[in-house]
Design a protein around this ligand. Structure first.
Ligand SMILES: NC(=O)c1ccc[n+]([C@@H]2O[C@H](COP(=O)([O-])OP(=O)(O)OC[C@H]3O[C@@H](n4cnc5c(N)ncnc54)[C@H](O)[C@@H]3O)[C@@H](O)[C@H]2O)c1
Length: 265
């Protein structure tokens, strides 16, 4: 496969999970890839002639700018940027600590903004290309206990639309991806909550969760010339789960589904 032959791509959060599958797929399709992550061991295991790695916390503008510079230094420029890094948090709104809220928004939304800004500038200089951000089914489907995550991912959807409007004339296509349940380190805890995965499967027209490679394949399509007329979209990859109601995160935790606690402030 050489659909991405000669292209240079940047992927954040690429040391594990979906991001790592995207890096592997891009390399298999011929691209050179710059990978940023806070997991230095994971990064080291990816480094090769066509994969340059660098510690990058996506909440740091300096780190994101340095990652883009690395693409220029190692591979001569940038054609593709994938803002993949993201984290979640499960707490009801009335119990949510501000610091936890801010952490999710900083990584999962502000991190995407910084990738769009710095990778977008470099891609524009090159004369065009493609940006993709990792949103979620939770960008369009609310889940109890997922306020910060849903707000961040809904924000990624709108940020993507605005960026697509602004960069279209520069030849940059901008799209977001909305996976449903994918088995990764992020979602491993869901398998420990009795009944939660069963709720997901009951909720899923295809009756299963997905593997990271199934998300990576769609990202590779979206950044390729095969998707040359697609911009400003949110691509659902959820086995049809958007057709149903999001499972109740708290139905599986004894005592958690009851009335909200009493709050004094
Ligand atoms: N797994 C799912 O079911 C699912 C569903 C919908 C959306 N997503 C989204 O897909 C993306 C990837 O999720 P995943 O399931 O592969 O998660 P994961 O936890 O397996 O991998 C996330 C990667 O991001 C890195 N990371 C975390 N914080 C970072 C930071 N501040 N700066 C740089 N890197 C950081 C981690 O070190 C890790 O390598 C996330 O944005 C997530 O919200 C996942």
């Amino acid at each position: 496969m050489s659909r991405l032959g000669g292209k240079v791509a940047l992927v954040t959060g690429g040391a594990a999970g979906i991001g790592r599958a995207i890096v592997e797929r891009f390399v298999a399709e011929g691209a050179s890839v710059v990978v940023g992550d806070i997991d230095e061991d994971g990064l080291a295991s990816l480094a090769s002639e066509r994969v340059a790695v660098s510690r990058c916390d996506v909440t740091s503008e300096a780190d994101q700018a340095a990652l883009v510079r690395l693409a220029g230094d190692r591979f001569g420029g940038l054609d593709i940027g994938v803002a993949n890094a993201g984290v979640g948090w499960a707490t009801k709104v009335l119990d949510h600590e501000l610091s936890d809220w801010q952490r999710v928004i900083d990584i999962s939304l502000t991190g995407v903004f910084l990738t769009y800004k710095h990778a977008g500038r470099a891609i524009t200089v090159r004369g065009g290309g493609s940006l993709v951000a990792m949103a979620s089914l939770n960008a369009v489907q609310a889940g109890r206990g997922m306020a910060a995550y849903c707000a961040a991912k809904g924000g990624v959807k709108m940020l993507t639309e605005v960026t697509a409007l602004e960069l279209g004339e520069a030849g940059v296509r901008v799209n977001a991806i909305a996976p449903g349940l994918v088995r990764t380190t992020l979602t491993d805890p869901m398998w420990l909550m009795p009944g939660l995965v069963d709720q997901h499967l009951d909720n899923a027209p295809l009756g299963r969760w997905s593997e990271p490679s199934e998300i990576a394949g769609v990202v590779a399509f979206l950044v390729s010339d095969d998707a040359s007329f697609i911009t400003g979209t949110l691509q659902l990859i959820d086995g049809g789960c958007h057709l149903n109601r999001y499972p109740n995160l708290f139905a599986s935790i004894p005592g958690a589904a009851g009335e909200p606690k009493e709050h004094t402030t």
